[in-house]
Each structure stands twice: as C-alpha cells, then as structure tokens.
Write a protein that binds this ligand. Structure first.
Ligand code: SF4
Ligand code: SF4
Length: 121
C-alpha cells in the first residue's frame, strides 16, 4: 500500500503551485484584502487584476494554465500577507491531482527516497 505524500519545503520550490496548479478564485473578502494591500479601491482591483469570470460570477486572479500575475521575478508571492483564501489552504501534497506534488517532489526529494516510495506503491 502507498504512503501519504510527504510534506515538502515550499521555500525550496520554484512555486509550481503558483504556476501550474489551476485557477485561483477570489471572494469579495479576498478582493477587499488584496485591494487594501495594493492601495487600490475594490473596483480598481477588479479592473486591473481579475483575469476571468465564470458563468456563475466567480472571479479569478489566476487562470487555469497561466502563472499567477502576483508571482514575482524571485518566484515569491508579491502579495503574500494578503494572498487569497484559496492560496492559504493549498498544499500540493494534499491536493487531489498529484501532478503538482510530483513535479515539486522531483526537485527536492532525493531520488533514492522517491525510488523507495515508488517501490512501496
Ligand atoms: S508546489 Fe507544493 S512545495 Fe511548491 S510551493 Fe506549492 S505547495 Fe509548496
Ligand atoms: S496570489 Fe500569491 S500565493 Fe496565490 S497563486 Fe498568486 S503568487 Fe501564488
């Protein structure tokens, strides 16, 4: 039987989750917090930073396949203190889709450990 994926060190990761983990939805509360952090009104924030809206009226600051607009050149979140709830609760090792975890683990878990885990799967 396979073991639970091990937690990874986010500081040693090139932020795969901010690049490839899917869209990031923002609530009204998230928008107010982000707007305040950036010194914008809610309306200004939405005009500038909402990249897509769903048919059900959900708002996204990151679309499914694009890197997040708030990822800086050092691969850090430039709005970290005000990051959305979606981001606060995301850990690739807990995600249903294992693709991001596999990419992140490949870069920071020694090959011998990965082989040992694969052999148990
Ligand atoms: S992909 Fe995983 S390890 Fe990398 S920053 Fe995101 S949660 Fe952390
Ligand atoms: S808001 Fe920050 S933590 Fe969330 S996806 Fe964008 S860069 Fe990553």
């Amino acid at each position: 039987m396979s073991e639970e994926p091990r937690p990874l060190d986010c500081l040693r990761c090139p932020s795969f989750c901010c690049k490839i983990a899917g869209y990031v939805e923002v609530s009204d509360y998230d928008i107010r917090r982000l707007a305040k952090f950036l010194g914008l009104s809610k309306r200004e924030f939405e005009e500038k930073h909402i990249v897509e809206r769903t048919r059900r009226g959900k708002k996204h600051i990151k679309s499914e396949l694009a890197a997040c607009q708030f990822l800086d050149s050092r691969r850090r979140c430039s709005v970290y203190p005000a990051r959305p709830t979606d981001c606060r609760g995301y850990y690739c090792w807990e995600a249903k889709d294992p693709a991001v975890y596999r990419a992140a683990a490949f870069l920071q878990v020694p090959i011998r450990v990965q082989q040992k885990e694969d052999s148990k799967a």
